[in-house]
Design a protein around this ligand. Structure first.
Ligand SMILES: [Ca+2]
Ligand SMILES: [Ca+2]
Ligand SMILES: [Ca+2]
Length: 427
């Protein structure tokens, strides 16, 4: 009998140990009360090298026949519903050639390009089927019917080479054109999970930053200033977050940054308004350092006022080098500056504490071992999923976008029929 009880005890002990282990190691997402018929991002296999990109770089090589002076080209995106949105303008060389590199949202399938030359406007439409496009204005290019009033003698009040009618700053020779990401008056969104280094519940609503970034260029198509407009939002988040952007150029090119909202004693700026204590080759602009100080509202979605940040450049930088807006944005959570959360595939700043790479589920590059992210960039206004609603249940084509490595359903975030379950998100 003794032997029998010893065996039973051993079996019970082993069984207990196994159950204990299995609970300890259990996938946390399996503990979430997922409703019948609901999916979870963790149900899906994501290609390892996918970074959830929602924009793509496009290279336009624009040329014109029979042009003997610099022309101005206006670049418009054609959105769903045949809605034309101005991206920006750029000046060609004296033969009408312009190389224009920039990022466009993946849902943009075509561009409308208008050439302003010698008082007459023509246009071409480009279907974005590859990364590189030749755009040739010829004698067959369509004339824009509304424009014919301008003459060769048009005024150029600030004498920067851009006539007043096309100059967004007709009395400032240092500035010529606005280039809006995504378009004038519209916003793109960055949506984060804030439980880093643990993964969250994939509702991507803990902290959302909407942005509109205007790259102001001169007549040489060089950026002289970044005018940035941000609004923070959150759905029932408890942890405070800060938000900042690492810029892709040296601090020596920057003369001044204004507009940071620093209330939390978490981040600090130096003499130029850049974050202090950061390597000069990768300067950081802090937008706000404590979300709970700036968010307000009675409903489930809290919102901040607009935060306007201006980055003035002392050394202008080619527009084509700065098209990857919004560069390297990140949040830092729980009043810990060193606890940075970036988009998938991005690198942390020198302030990041790499102990987080050993403390949670980040296997590097802000990816879990199964390549789930902590943040997504949505290149339009992002209607946040309701609390605890997995993004795949609010945006029904997100899973196909992710499992295809971005080759399918590149417009998962738009208003197109079938993309959204409006019951599961805050419109
Ligand atoms: Ca001018
Ligand atoms: Ca000007
Ligand atoms: Ca969440």
């Amino acid at each position: 009998m003794n032997r029998f009880f010893r065996t039973i005890s051993l079996v019970l002990f082993l069984g207990y140990a196994l159950i204990g282990c299995s609970i300890k190691d259990e996938d946390p997402s399996n503990q979430d009360p997922v409703q019948d018929g609901q999916t979870s991002l963790t149900d899906f296999d994501i290609p390892d090298n996918f970074n959830y990109e929602t924009t793509q770089e496009i290279n336009l090589k624009i040329s014109s026949e029979n042009v003997s002076e610099p022309a101005v080209y206006s670049i418009y995106t054609i959105e769903e519903g045949n809605n034309y949105q101005l991206r920006g303008k750029a000046m060609s060389d004296p033969e009408g050639n312009l190389e224009y590199n920039t990022n466009f949202s993946k849902h943009i399938q075509s561009l409308y390009i208008k050439r302003h030359s010698q008082g007459v406007d023509h246009y071409e439409v480009v279907q974005l089927i590859s990364m590189i496009h030749k755009v040739e204005f010829t004698q067959f290019s369509q004339k824009v019917s509304a424009s014919n009033a301008r003459t060769l003698q048009e005024a150029d009040s600030d004498n920067d080479g851009i006539v007043d009618a096309l100059d967004d700053y007709p009395n400032d020779a240092n500035k010529g054109f606005n280039n809006y990401y995504p378009s004038p008056g519209a916003y793109s969104s960055l949506a984060f999970e804030d439980l880093y280094p643990q993964r969250g519940d994939f509702d991507f609503n803990d902290i959302i930053i909407e942005y509109n970034i205007n790259l102001v260029t001169n007549a040489d198509n060089n950026v002289v200033e970044l005018d940035m407009d941000f609004v923070a939002k959150s759905v029932e988040a408890e942890l405070p977050s800060g938000f900042a952007i690492e810029l892709p150029f040296h601090a020596d090119s920057i003369s001044n940054v204004t507009g940071s909202v620093l209330t939390g004693n978490v981040a600090f700026t130096g003499s130029k308004g850049l974050e202090s204590g950061i390597v000069a080759s990768k300067p950081v602009v802090v937008v706000f350092d404590k979300s709970t100080d700036i968010l307000s509202g009675d409903g489930p979605v809290k919102s901040s006022d607009h935060i306007y940040i201006t980055v003035a450049l002392s050394n202008p930088i080619a527009l084509s080098a700065l098209g990857d807006v919004p560069y390297n944005p990140f949040i830092f959570v729980n009043n810990e500056r060193e606890r940075e959360v970036h988009l998938s595939g991005k690198t942390p700043t020198s302030k990041f504490n790499d102990a987080y790479l050993r403390a949670g589920e980040d296997v590097g590059g802000y990816k879990t071992v199964d390549n789930y992210p902590w943040g997504v960039h949505v290149p339009i206004h992002f209607a946040p999923p309701k609390e605890n609603v997995d993004i795949t249940n609010a945006y029904l084509n997100f899973s196909e976008f992710a499992t295809s490595g971005g080759t399918s359903k590149g417009n998962w975030y738009t208003m197109q029929e079938g993309n959204r379950n409006s019951n599961n998100l805050h419109e």
